[in-house]
Design a protein around this ligand. Structure first.
Ligand code: T3D
Length: 260
């Protein structure tokens, strides 16, 4: 039997696709897998060939969350250390990379697997996908950023219902709630997610600035945010892509952005 990598990586058309590859346990998360995600996303920061990222799962699931079989020699886990050393770096890497990250949710996303999808900028779900904040089912509370992202995405009432009942939300419901951006037919998901990411990859440098600006707005006030917008616009207006965008506009042609 060959030892397959637990995280598959492929770059095409400026899009890095990261595929969680532990299908036997529905791509449950182990420390090496979380660390591999962190390393891959951080490596993409300064890689000019990567202008967008897709995260997806192999087999029939996106990710079933923490691998529940993993425990240390004493049969337990130092949860705080574990979260700080392995989960938080992965979530922060996805949130802070100034390149768009798309989750292609190809089946169930459960527990911290849903947190991972929520940390991404955009979510495309297969029509047979289901999203479940499974923590409460095993007596835990949400982690890996889900208590931050979920109320902001779908409102407190729906977020609390998902967290307290732990019921699965199907793809259509998720779309209606704004939990995912798009739903694709199961077989078409890889192509649709790639096309969306490729479109973002062809976009200007300001897409990364937009990500930083909107992230900052989540815990900001108007005065702070107006200043942040001002600073962001100064930065965007100094890019080559802005010069190209204006030139393309007046020459009535499509802009050829380089991401710089
Ligand atoms: O620091 C810390 O450690 C705390 C951090 C916690 C973060 C968390 O994510 S806590 C939440 C962990 N996740 C869950 O509680 C979800 C557990 N899984 C499920 O509830 C179900 O598997 C699903 C709803 C995701 C899918 O159900 P179904 O019926 O489609 O599949 P299944 O038959 O339950 O699972 C298929 C196989 O995957 C099965 O193995 P087997 O019997 O074929 O050998 C199952 O045991 C395995 N599997 C699924 N999820 C996990 C898992 N193995 C290990 N860990 C899992 N999370």
């Amino acid at each position: 039997m060959t030892d397959e990598p637990i995280l598959l990586q492929a770059t095409r058309d400026g899009v890095l696709t990261l595929t969680l590859n532990r299908p036997a346990s529905l791509n449950s998360l182990t420390d090496p897998l979380l660390d591999a995600i962190t390393v891959a996303v951080n490596a993409a920061r300064d890689d000019a060939d990567v202008r967008a990222i897709v995260i997806t799962g192999s087999g029939r699931a996106f990710c079933s969350g923490q691998d529940l079989r993993v425990a240390d020699d004493n049969g337990s886990i130092d949860v705080a250390r574990h979260l700080r050393e392995h989960y938080h770096p992965a979530i922060q890497a996805i949130r802070t990379i100034e390149k768009p990250v798309v989750a292609a949710i190809n089946g169930v996303a459960a527990g911290a697997g849903l947190s991972l999808a929520l940390a991404c900028d955009l979510r495309v779900a297969a029509d047979n996908a289901s999203l479940v904040l499974a923590f409460v089912r095993i007596g835990l509370s949400p982690d890996a950023g889900s208590s931050f992202f979920l109320p902001r995405l779908i409102g407190m009432a729906r977020a609390l219902e998902m967290a307290m009942l732990g019921d699965a939300v199907d793809a259509q419901q998720a779309l209606q709630w704004g939990l995912v951006n798009r739903v694709a037919a199961e077989g078409a998901l890889p192509t649709e997610a790639h096309e969306l990411a490729e479109r973002l990859a062809r976009g200007p440098r300001s897409i990364g600035i937009i990500k930083r600006l909107f992230n900052g707005s989540l815990d900001s006030d108007l005065t702070t945010q107006l200043t942040a917008e001002e600073e962001a616009q100064v930065e965007a207006a100094a890019t080559e892509d802005f010069i190209e965008g204006v030139s393309a506009f007046f020459n009535k042609r499509a802009a050829a952005f380089t991401g710089s």
